[in-house]
Design a protein around this ligand. Sequence first.
Ligand SMILES: NC(=O)c1ccc[n+]([C@@H]2O[C@H](COP(=O)([O-])OP(=O)(O)OC[C@H]3O[C@@H](n4cnc5c(N)ncnc54)[C@H](O)[C@@H]3O)[C@@H](O)[C@H]2O)c1
Length: 354
Amino acid sequence: MQSIATALQGKRILVTGHTGFTGSWASIWLSQIGAAVMGVGLKPNTEPNLFDEAKIGDLVESKFVDIRDYSALAETFSDFKPELVLHLAAQPLVRLSYREPRETFDVNCQGTANVLEAARQTSSVKAILCITTDKVYKNNEWDRGYVEEDELGGRDPYSASKSAAEIVIASYKASFSDSRPDLKIAVARGGNIVGGGDWSEDRLIPDFIRASVSGAPMKIRYPQATRPWQHVLALVEGYLTLLSGLVSPDADKFARPFNLGPMETTEYSVGAVLELLSNQIEDVDLILEEGNQLHEAGKLALDSTLASEIFGWKPRWSTEEVIRQTACWYKSFYAGQASARELCIEQIDSWKNS
Ligand SMILES: NC(=O)c1ccc[n+]([C@@H]2O[C@H](COP(=O)([O-])OP(=O)(O)OC[C@H]3O[C@@H](n4cnc5c(N)ncnc54)[C@H](O)[C@@H]3O)[C@@H](O)[C@H]2O)c1
């Protein structure tokens, strides 16, 4: 298989959600290898945010378009004429999905249908990779990792909306492969993503960083819960490798769902990750939040054997290294040692050389 750089250099790639955390890292990696990127997303809604800090708008073509607005989306597709689509845009927060279930279903489910339809109507598009999540599986609190054939489900609105998006994606594949045999559709289901430049609400590491910066104590909700913790670069590398596969002669092998989870068998709980973080960034007071908690899955692990067998995907850093690199990113950023973009580029280079 060709390298990501060889396969994607010069390709016209439309990235939805480029104003977000993963989208910003993906935009930097793609522009480094000379892809022609058009980003579509909403204006960032946190202060600070990676899109502004890393000046992504200066790096890639950028349009503020709501994926629920089909005509604006379709116009962008028809003007830009992408060859590939990386669909990241979503309402990705579990706790917000309890407060805003309609919006979550609208963006994640109908928004995905809009992106698929715009891709189907644009003959230049040869492949689309839709990003869902490990939370699409019906959670049985199993010890074993979920495999791609396991039943989909989703109890909270976020998980259900992503699972519903998978049904929409499968329907597009089944219904339109005869009329658009040249349009390949793949799905990536990743685990909990961490890395520098995430300032989203209600996420473990951003909450920890905010507490460290403000001096306020941090509330912990589920210290025993285990998650597949992964560096954003593990996922971005997986997404770009999948896109490369989708434009290769073996494209059909890649046009399906893949789990992208950590390879380690050691499971890290929220408490264990906080301990690793506290070794790097001191002086954050942690307090356990009691009572009346929203349901979140306890155990959640992914089996990524298929991605490893089909395209040799493997995260390059251990969980301990992921947390160390993430803490370093924030420490350097707040110490003003380098710009957010420089820090991302440095970590992309060090990731590639690991
Ligand atoms: N962060 C994680 O731990 C994690 C884990 C698994 C899967 N994912 C998935 O990865 C993707 C990226 O997640 P992230 O953490 O970078 O999220 P993020 O919140 O940082 O970014 C989300 C992006 O989607 C865009 N967006 C939201 N609503 C939109 C709308 N109506 N129209 C257009 N754009 C819209 C935002 O503007 C932003 O650019 C999502 O699909 C998410 O579900 C994330």
